[in-house]
Design a protein around this ligand. Structure first.
Ligand SMILES: NC(=O)c1ccc[n+]([C@@H]2O[C@H](COP(=O)([O-])OP(=O)(O)OC[C@H]3O[C@@H](n4cnc5c(N)ncnc54)[C@H](OP(=O)(O)O)[C@@H]3O)[C@@H](O)[C@H]2O)c1
Length: 343
């Protein structure tokens, strides 16, 4: 049973898909009148239902025109007229000061989700106060039915077209490999890998319909190095296993979906100040080891990751696809760095 609950802040309309009441930002418009019960056929219907609204049509042309790199300089560095879905937007790298705000501040309309309704509501209030166009749903992305509901809500909100999907949600349990239970394995693979994979599948028609789609995965520097974060995290988020996972998926989709003008890239952070790792960063010895291993001599901040996410979604990045880019203060290029004046 899906219990994803949409939470919107401004205008009250009847949701065409679920026949329930949604609150959508007043600048959005809903043009669909579908009441079809079959979610997949509804998604197809929405995807092919291009708006006749002249203002929306005008904005849609901005990313389409820039897809080939021939666009006015200002619009190359803007997300105006674009729509985005960011998973896990209430804390950390997805947080109000990071990815959601980065994309909204660059002009995109953003929909986000998390599992904690009061926290999501609080974020939505703050975004509204800042003048950002952000809506949200309570959704556990580890549930297939909740993912489907989430994408249907996004299809309804954005008239079947989505420019940006940021697969940000991820979690970890750190243990020696021999101590993981089957349940822990399945949970980590479900949250870190299956959710992103399925959301890409579900969002593909919407990304294609936008005329210029962009998927950004958030993985980890563990994709290029062993960082002692646990082998399941490595396996699910990174490229330590032969079958690939997120970093390899970035490359596969870049090639497979290029014909649909959908770019896929991946940002790979090193230790970044978020709720996911705050308990580790409180351990002074461990923090010192991280800092010593990092040429820039500090951990990262969430907005130092979200700035790359924002750039990768811009028309200015229209020729960048299939890349895994580390945001790590130089950690992954730091092999052995002794003092130079040893003599
Ligand atoms: N922080 C780092 O040092 C670091 C380093 C490398 C990679 N990363 C990666 O960066 C990404 C973001 O991490 P973060 O540090 O920002 O994490 P975080 O501080 O734990 O925030 C995670 C966000 O995702 C939401 N979330 C978690 N599980 C969810 C689920 N099942 N369904 C829906 N929403 C969910 C959380 O809200 P609720 O809990 O309320 O649902 C929260 O908004 C992750 O993929 C992580 O692996 C982080």
């Amino acid at each position: 049973m899906c219990n994803a609950r949409p939470l919107y802040l401004h205008k009250k309309v009847t949701c065409p898909i679920h026949a329930s009441i949604l609150y959508i930002p007043s600048s959005s418009s809903s043009t669909s009148t579908s009441t079809k019960p079959n979610p997949l056929s509804t998604l197809k219907f929405l995807s092919s239902n291009r708006t006749t609204d002249p203002i929306l049509s005008f904005f849609r042309k901005i990313p389409m025109a820039t897809a080939n790199g021939h666009s006015p300089p200002a619009s190359r560095w803007s997300l105006h007229g674009m729509t985005a879905l960011v998973t896990g937007g209430t804390r950390g790298i997805g947080l109000r000061s990071a990815t959601v705000e980065e994309l909204a501040g660059l002009g995109a309309k953003v929909h986000t989700c998390s599992r904690n309704e009061p926290e999501l509501n609080e974020c939505l209030q703050q975004w509204k106060a800042k003048g950002f166009s952000v809506s949200g749903s309570v959704c556990d992305v580890s549930s297939a039915s909740e993912r489907e509901k989430l994408v249907h809500e996004v299809a309804s909100l954005y008239n079947g077209a989505l420019n940006i999907l940021v697969n940000n949600v991820g979690t970890n349990v750190r243990k020696p490999t021999t101590e993981y239970s089957t349940e822990e394995y399945l949970r980590l693979m479900s949250v870190n890998l299956e959710s992103s994979y399925h959301l890409c599948q579900l969002a593909h028609p919407l990304l294609k319909q936008s005329g210029a789609g962009s998927v950004v995965f958030v993985s980890s520097v563990g994709g290029v190095l062993h960082i002692g974060s646990g082998s399941i995290y490595g396996l699910s988020k990174e490229f330590l296993s032969a079958s690939g996972a997120i970093n390899q998926l970035t490359k596969n989709l870049a090639c497979e979906w290029a014909k649909d003008n959908i770019r896929t890239n991946c940002v790979a952070p090193w230790y970044t100040r978020t709720s996911l790792v705050e308990h580790l960063l409180e351990k002074k010895d461990f923090l010192q080891q991280i800092v010593a291993r990092t040429p820039l001599q500090r951990i990262g901040e969430p907005n130092e990751v979200s700035s790359l996410v924002g750039f990768l979604c811009m028309p200015a990045a229209s020729y960048i696809t299939g890349q895994v880019i580390s945001v790590d203060g130089g950690m992954t290029v730091n092999g052995f760095n002794p003092p130079i004046n040893l003599d």
